[in-house]
Design a protein around this ligand. Structure first.
Ligand SMILES: Cc1ncc(COP(=O)(O)O)c(C=O)c1O
Length: 397
């Protein structure tokens, strides 16, 4: 069978392959500590579940508008705008079946073939995949490890801008490395975007997964509202990754195109879940607070467990639910030259399953350090403690 050429350019999320390996290891009767996937083992708040059930009983089971039900668009415009200090109305919102579809639809809406797109690497792998699938040139920017976390290599980023650069993809509160921009870094990025007339995707998937301090979005920087689309998702804040609801929020002209892409792709997002999300946004807010409290306790246990390992030293991130320790010293101690050896060895010797840097975009030339990524969104504190104690024994051997 002849397959379309563009499929050769389509990437994927190889983290799902790690799930397969972990599941196969567990199926053989082995204990597995699941640190690999950014999925959640926390229940969706009860008021949201009740609202979804009510909406089904009320017959909200047919098609609805392609860009979403008006009351949800209205409520989300208010919520996203107020939390970022930007003025939005319902015309700025197109509801989506998750946050992820915003990436491909944004690129399809604003990128021409041959356009250069700046994207974070290590980063969420779907950026690289969708840029290349739609015929763009994926231009990676990377992060520098500092004592307080990771910072964007701004010098390199600025140097890679050409007259073909058209788009900047920016994931503050970053997956996989939990990087959070300092205000100066965000302001500098915004200035570059304005200077070079770039359109920006602000992937704010973890904007509200914060353990302290006020979040900041690049859309609030001068000159950014009219050139930025915000990726919004209900998945993480409300622990509802499998429900599939999110939104693109941005300039009306781009939102209209994205809504047209909705008509072509899925007609509309799930109707009754949209009514449940109205409850999520406007009803009792103790659910998301409890979710954050749970995640914070896990973060503290995971950071402590990792820092107890000789050769690992990570700061405590204030956002997301990922840790990205540098394991170069562990690799040297073990005499490994491939990070896959460490990943497979850890699974087989300890049951601890994690992803590595290689699951988050093609490694860049000249990388000499090794990193792994642990997610603590799907594993309880006692298991975090037991898993990381086992990992300590293995890593220090
Ligand atoms: C950086 C980032 N963006 C977007 C998403 C998409 O999430 P969802 O499609 O569940 O809303 C994820 C999910 O892990 C993510 O890590």
């Amino acid at each position: 069978m002849k397959i379309a050429d563009r499929i050769e350019r389509l990437g994927t999320e190889t983290a799902f392959a790690v799930s397969g390996q972990a599941a196969a290891w567990a199926a053989k009767g082995n204990k597995v500590y699941p640190f690999h996937l950014g999925d959640m083992n926390i229940s969706t708040p009860a008021n949201i579940i009740e609202a979804a059930n009510r909406a089904i009983a009320d017959g909200k089971t047919g098609y609805c508008p392609a860009d979403g039900i008006p009351p949800l668009r209205e409520a989300l415009a208010r919520d996203v705008g107020a939390r970022r200090g930007v003025d939005y109305g319902p015309q700025n919102v197109a509801i989506q079946p998750g946050g992820k579809p915003v990436i491909g639809k944004f690129i399809a809406a604003v990128m021409n073939e041959g356009d250069e797109v700046l994207y974070p690497n290590p980063g969420y792998p779907i950026y690289e995949s969708q840029i290349e699938f739609f015929g763009g040139v994926a231009v990676p920017y990377n992060y520098i490890e500092t004592d307080t976390g990771f910072a964007i290599d701004m010098e390199k980023l600025a140097a890679s801008i050409t007259d073909k650069t058209r788009i900047l993809i920016y994931n503050n509160y970053q997956n996989p490395i939990s990087a959070a921009s300092k205000p100066e870094e965000m302001a500098e990025l915004a200035k570059l975007a304005v200077k070079h007339d770039l359109i920006v995707l602000a992937d704010d998937a973890y904007y509200e997964i914060r353990y302290g301090g006020e979040p900041r979005s690049i859309v609030a920087e001068p000159g950014m509202r009219e050139r930025t689309v915000v990726l919004y998702t209900f998945s993480k804040k409300y622990a509802m990754t499998g429900w599939r609801l999110g939104a693109a929020v941005g300039p009306e002209a781009i939102i209209k195109i994205i809504a047209k892409l909705n008509v072509n792709a899925e007609s509309c997002s799930n109707h009754f879940i949209q009514w449940a999300m109205l409850e999520a946004l406007t009803g009792d807010q103790s659910g998301p607070q409890n979710i954050l409290n749970t995640l914070k306790a896990r973060r503290d246990a995971a950071v402590a467990g990792l820092n107890a390992i000789d050769g690992i030293n990570i700061p405590t991130p204030n956002s997301t639910f990922y840790l990205f320790p540098n394991v170069t010293k562990i690799m040297q101690r073990k005499g490994f030259t491939s990070i896959d050896e460490l990943m497979t060895g850890a699974l087989q010797e300890t049951g601890v399953s994690f992803c590595t840097r290689n699951h988050f975009g093609r490694p860049l030339p000249g990388e000499t350090k090794y990193f792994i990524r642990l997610a603590y969104s799907g594993i309880d504190v006692p298991e975090i403690e037991a898993g990381l104690a086992a990992l300590k024994t293995y890593f220090e051997k």
